[in-house]
Design a binder for this molecule. Structure first.
Ligand code: ADP
Length: 484
C-alpha cells in the first residue's frame, strides 16, 4: 500500500490539536502487513511531552465543543458518518492491509463504524435531564447531564476502526473531547478517521490521535489529572492495570475486556443454523474477537453430526491475503499470536483432545494458522479455560441442560454467550441462567449499534452502543434552588 493507492487517507503523522505532527525526537514505529510481512509505513513514536501537548489541546477543544448546541454537534457527526461511507473502499483497504481480515469483513467494519457516528448524532439531541418534585416549599430540583470532559481511549488492533467509533462517537456527541491511542499494529485506520474528522469540521482538539509505545503514551494519559475518563477495549490484564492507574486521579472508566464465550448446541436445535453460527462466530477475523465462541458445547445425541458438518464447512474456507478476491480467512495479527494459539492446541492434544481438522501452522506465511477443529475437549484444558483469540474451535460434549449451564458459567468472564434450541421454554430458561452481558439465541451477529455491548464479571465495566452508550460520557449535575 502506498500513498498513491490510498491518497489523502493514508497519513503517517499523529493528529494533535488539529495539526499533523512528528515525534519531537523524530522516532517512529514501523507498521507491517501481517499477510506478507511487508512494511506499510511508519508513524511517530510520541513521547510524554507530545502527549502532554495533546492533553492541553484536548482541554481547549473541550471548552469550545461543550458550548456548541446539541444539534451543531449532531450535524458534525452526521457529516463524519457520510464521509466514512464515501471513503468506504479506501478505509477497508487500509484496514485489511494493516490488520489482515478479508476485505469483505473490513467493508462490514467500515459500515459498522459509520453506524456509530449516525446513531450518536441522533442520540446527541436526546441527552435529557429531569425536574424532580422538591421536598420543601419554594424549592426546585433540576437534574442536567454535562460532558465528562477530556477522555482518553485506548483501542485494540482487532477492529481498528469500529472500536474507536464506539468510543469517539458518543464522547463527541456528549460534548467531550477525546484522545485516541490506537494499537501499535493498526494506527493507519485511526489516522484515516482523523483525516475525515478534520474534513467533517470537527474543531481542532476535539478528536486527537496519538501514536507510539503503549507504556509511554498510555502512562502519560493515565497520569494526567486533566483526563477525566478512560475507555479501553483489550485484554483483561491490561484493563486491570488501567483501572489501577485510573484510581490515582479517580478517572471514570469503561472497559471492554476479554471473553470466554460458550456456544451451546442442544439436541433440539436447527443444526445447519448452529453450524453456520459456529463458523461465523469462530472464524470471523481469524478468531480474533472478544465475542468469538471459545467453548463449543454440543449435546451427546448430535455430537458426531455437528462435528462432521463443521469439518466440511472448514474445508470450504479459503485462507490467504485478505486483499485477494474470495479469501474468507486472513492471517492472524503476528507470528507471536500464531505461537500462542499453537501452544494451546498442542497442550490440548497432549491432554487428550483429537484434531479433527487443521492443528498446525498454515504454509501461507508466518502469521497464518490453519482453521482448526478439536474434539474430545474437556473443560479443564487450557484451550477451554483461556481466551483462544485464534481460529481454533474446541468441541466439548455434554448431556444435560443443568450440566451445561454450570459449565458455561464456570469462568471469570461474562461477555458474550450463544445457544441454539428450538424449544421455547428452554430458550427462556437458558437465556435467564447465562451469567453474561450478551446472549445470542439462534444468533451470533450480536454486535449492533442499537444494542448495549458489554460484559459481566471480569469482562468489563459499562456499555457501548445503544441508548446507554452516551451515559458513559456524561456527568449528572443537580441544582437545588431554594427560597423561590
Ligand atoms: P491485545 O491482546 O488485543 O493486544 P492489549 O490489552 O494488549 O490487547 O492491548 C490493547 C491496547 O492496549 C493497545 O492499544 C495497546 O497498545 C494498549 N496497551 C497495552 N499495554 C498497555 C499499557 N501498559 N498501558 C496503556 N496501554 C497499553
Amino acid at each position: 500500500m502506498t500513498y498513491d493507492d490510498c491518497g489523502a487517507l493514508f497519513r503517517r503523522q499523529a493528529y494533535v490539536g488539529g495539526t499533523w505532527i512528528d515525534a519531537d525526537d523524530g522516532q517512529t514505529v514501523t507498521v507491517t502487513n501481517p499477510a506478507n510481512g511487508e512494511v506499510i509505513g511508519t508513524v511517530p513514536a510520541l513521547g510524554a511531552a507530545e502527549v502532554e501537548r495533546a492533553i492541553q489541546s484536548a482541554r481547549d477543544g473541550f471548552r469550545l465543543w461543550r458550548d456548541k448546541t446539541a444539534s451543531q454537534r449532531a450535524e458534525a457527526l452526521r457529516r463524519w458518518h457520510g464521509l466514512i461511507l464515501d471513503h468506504r473502499a479506501v478505509l477497508a483497504r487500509i484496514l485489511t492491509t494493516e490488520q489482515g481480515k478479508p476485505l469483505a469483513e473490513a467493508e462490514a467494519e467500515v459500515d459498522a463504524t459509520a453506524s456509530f457516528f449516525l446513531w450518536f448524532a441522533e442520540e446527541a439531541r436526546r441527552v435529557y435531564g429531569d425536574i424532580v418534585p422538591a421536598p420543601r416549599q419554594g424549592q426546585r430540583i433540576l437534574v442536567t447531564k454535562e460532558p465528562v470532559g477530556v477522555c482518553a481511549a485506548i483501542t485494540p488492533w482487532n477492529f481498528p476502526l469500529s472500536m474507536i467509533a464506539r468510543k469517539a462517537a458518543p464522547a463527541v456527541a456528549a460534548g467531550c473531547s477525546i484522545i485516541i491511542k490506537p494499537a501499535e499494529a493498526t494506527p493507519f485506520s485511526a489516522l484515516a478517521l482523523a483525516v475525515l474528522a478534520e474534513k467533517a469540521g470537527i474543531p481542532a482538539g476535539v478528536f486527537n490521535v496519538v501514536t507510539g509505545p503503549a507504556r509511554v503514551v498510555g502512562g502519560t494519559l493515565m497520569d494526567s489529572p486533566v483526563v477525566r475518563k478512560v475507555t479501553f477495549t483489550g485484554s483483561t490484564p491490561i484493563g486491570k492495570l488501567l483501572m489501577r492507574q485510573a484510581a490515582d486521579t479517580v478517572k471514570r472508566v469503561s472497559m471492554e475486556l476479554g471473553g470466554n464465550a460458550p456456544l451451546i448446541v442442544f439436541e433440539d436445535a436447527d443444526l445447519d443454523r448452529a453450524v453456520t453460527g459456529i463458523m461465523q462466530s469462530k472464524f470471523r477475523n481469524a478468531g480474533q474477537t472478544c465475542i468469538c465462541s471459545n467453548r463449543i458445547f454440543v449435546q451427546d445425541g448430535i455430537y458426531d453430526a455437528v462435528v462432521e458438518k463443521l469439518v466440511r464447512a472448514i474445508e470450504a474456507l479459503r485462507i490467504g491475503n485478505g486483499l485477494e478476491e474470495g479469501v474468507t480467512m486472513g492471517p492472524m495479527i503476528d507470528p507471536r499470536a500464531v505461537a500462542d494459539v499453537d501452544k494451546l492446541v498442542q497442550d490440548a492434544v497432549t491432554a487428550g483432545a483429537s484434531v479433527a481438522k487443521g492443528g498446525k501452522r498454515h504454509p501461507q506465511g508466518d502469521s497464518f494458522y490453519e482453521p482448526t477443529l478439536l474434539t474430545d475437549v474437556t473443560p479443564s484444558m487450557s484451550v477451554a479455560s483461556e481466551e483462544i483469540f485464534g481460529p481454533v474451535a474446541p468441541i466439548i460434549r455434554f448431556s444435560t441442560e443443568e450440566e451445561v449451564i454450570e459449565l458455561a458459567n464456570d469462568t471469570p468472564f461474562g461477555l458474550a454467550s450463544y445457544f441454539y434450541t428450538q424449544d421455547l421454554a428452554r430458550a427462556w430458561r437458558v437465556s435467564g441462567a447465562l451469567e453474561y452481558g450478551m446472549v445470542g439465541l439462534n444468533e451470533v451477529a450480536i454486535s449492533v449499534v442499537e444494542a448495549p455491548f458489554g460484559g459481566f464479571k471480569e469482562s468489563g465495566v459499562g456499555r457501548e452502543g445503544s441508548r446507554h452508550g452516551i451515559d458513559e460520557y456524561v456527568e449528572i449535575k443537580y441544582v437545588n434552588m431554594g427560597g423561590l
